[in-house]
Design a protein around this ligand. Structure first.
Ligand SMILES: C[S@@+](CC[C@H](N)C(=O)[O-])C[C@H]1O[C@@H](n2cnc3c(N)ncnc32)[C@H](O)[C@@H]1O
Length: 272
């Protein structure tokens, strides 16, 4: 069966997606949405996009909404993606926090977990005596599906092709038998991270103590400028004076109004 989305249906989905997730789909994305969602309609035996819209909006658990978002946005990520951020964490931020030996980091669109685990590895591997430090990472995403994968901490061997063998064996357990080819994050990393579902569009975040660093990488690219501006100004509120915001390498804060100081490409600091 061929599925065709009408302009009116597209407009309904576009508005819903923008209002709930901040993701801004241009008019030219109609055929992309049609092809991505057609598969799902077929899978669950629906005949029209209007029927699917009803299903998505009537589901109080938002599970179907999450599934739909996973189909239209990308969860692509990697260990040590955009590695300069982790160098900065090791070389600049950790030395600054030496006196207190306490660090609070938020990976705010963590996808399947490679980003927060990379943060944890960087922290542990960069200090002399990790037991003396108080490391805490909040890792969040809108998608419960990616969060479940992140919390499981299990990854295919091919995800580690660029990781040094010593680092891999320090932080991951190699699967045997049925789990051959899989690696599982060791508990010393998982115990540093708390995973939870958070929507960056929420007015407030459940974060009580000011943060040292926020990672918000490769998600703002889906948001329009007003949405980016609101979000970046919210982040400012949750950071300590002197705290840092990392954004993706193809993202920029150049065209939005914000109080941050740029300190390196894609790294911003809240003024002290
Ligand atoms: C491309 S991944 C980025 C992963 C990681 N930060 C990185 O740079 O490798 C984008 C993630 O943003 C999430 N996302 C999209 N809209 C969101 C929102 N409104 N609130 C929280 N997460 C959102 C998606 O579910 C997806 O997992």
């Amino acid at each position: 069966m061929e599925y065709k989305i009408t302009s009116k249906e597209f407009e309904c989905f576009r508005t819903l997606i923008y209002e709930e997730s901040g993701i801004s789909l241009g008019q030219q994305k109609q055929s992309l949405l049609e092809s991505r969602l057609s598969k799902r309609l077929r899978e669950i035996g629906l005949e029209t996009f209007s029927q699917y819209y009803d299903k998505v909006t009537r589901d109080p658990t938002q599970e179907e909404f999450t599934r739909m978002l996973d189909l239209i946005s990308t969860n692509k990520t990697d260990f040590f993606r955009e590695s300069k951020h982790f160098d900065f964490l090791r070389e600049v931020i950790l030395p600054e926090l030496m006196p207190t030996k306490r660090i609070r980091i938020w990976s705010s669109a963590c996808s399947t977990g490679e980003e927060p685990y990379t943060i944890a590895i960087t922290l542990i591997d960069s200090v002399q005596n990790p037991k003396e430090w108080d490391f805490r990472i909040l890792a969040s995403d809108l998608s419960t599906r990616v969060l479940a994968k992140a919390a499981s901490g299990i990854y295919d061997e091919e995800r580690f092709r660029d990781m040094l063998p010593g680092m891999l064996s320090r932080h991951f357990l190699r699967g045997r038998g049925e789990s051959m080819g899989l690696f599982k994050v060791k508990p010393h990393l998982t115990s540093m991270i708390r995973f939870r579902r958070l929507n960056l569009m929420d007015d407030e975040f459940p974060i009580r103590n000011p943060l040292d660093v926020i990672f918000c990488r490769n998600v703002m690219i889906y948001f329009d400028r007003p949405t980016q501006e609101t979000l970046v100004n919210k982040f400012h509120h949750y950071l300590k004076p002197g705290g840092y915001l990392f954004i993706g390498h193809s993202e920029s804060l150049q065209w939005i109004s914000h109080p941050f100081m740029p300190v390196a490409p894609t790294i911003y600091q809240r003024k002290r």
